[in-house]
Design a protein around this ligand. Sequence first.
Ligand code: COA
Length: 265
Amino acid sequence: MADDAPTPEHVHVEFDAGVCTITFARPRKKNALTVAMYRTIVAAFAEARERKDVRVLLIQGSEGCFTAGNDLVDFMKAGQTGNMGETSPVVQLLKHLVACEKPIVAAVQGPAVGLGVTMLLHCDLIYAGESARFQMPFVNLGLCPEAASSFLLPRVMGYPRAAELILLGERFSAEHALSCGIINQVLADEVVIEKATEVAHALAKKPPRALRVSKQLMRDGYRKQAEETMEAELVEFAKGLTGPEAAEAMQAFFQKREPDFSKFE
Ligand code: COA
């Protein structure tokens, strides 16, 4: 099968010593997340939630890339169907991220785009390599933020910096992500996965109930608002996906040209 065909094998899931490791593994397409990949990730989250021996989740990319976010081909298909409802695997993953009681550790290298950034807002300890390049290009794609990021980003870094990242949608460095409070530490690329794995295993040895309760206490104060924001975002996101601005932006990406939004109001 071609490497770029969307199959569940593009995500590796491993359970080891209390840690569920989810690895994005579709390097030829910069680990862009397809519907099939979301299904595998959702199943991993569900299994990690149910299994008492799993105490921590670890999310990482592969081959020097975290993820280019949602697969734009799938976005174009969703633009035709407008499916951003409860049954959508993307939506199911977002719900798992918000509701996950167990700590989530993330290791980021290279591109982290769209959901590749916003999922980090639901992780607990995040390590990035010097090569990490973050971007939330939702507006550039005729869309709006998702994963409750329109609520969480201003909360984490203050409105002006959140507005800069969301409205301009430009790339930013690991150092900037650190200064904005999105990640915990910037490390040399060679040691990022090692560090995140070490931290995940250290967490897995801690008293599990104390870990879960502590995470819950830190997050519960704003969980309801995050969930409400996510619902509102999904409504707008679905409108954006079926609209002409997103169609122009995504066609332009695949045609490797600048988009032209001059005719839109
Ligand atoms: N969906 C589908 N395909 C994608 C993709 C995505 N989100 N991101 C990258 N790809 C594909 C490219 O089309 C290209 O395919 P090709 O080799 O068949 O032409 C391949 O992955 C490599 O991407 P390329 O752009 O050449 O790599 P790069 O190193 O120059 O840039 C990114 C990497 C991630 C910065 C850039 O690909 C990008 O901006 N991607 C779009 C990200 C995006 O908008 N995601 C949606 C967020 S909501």
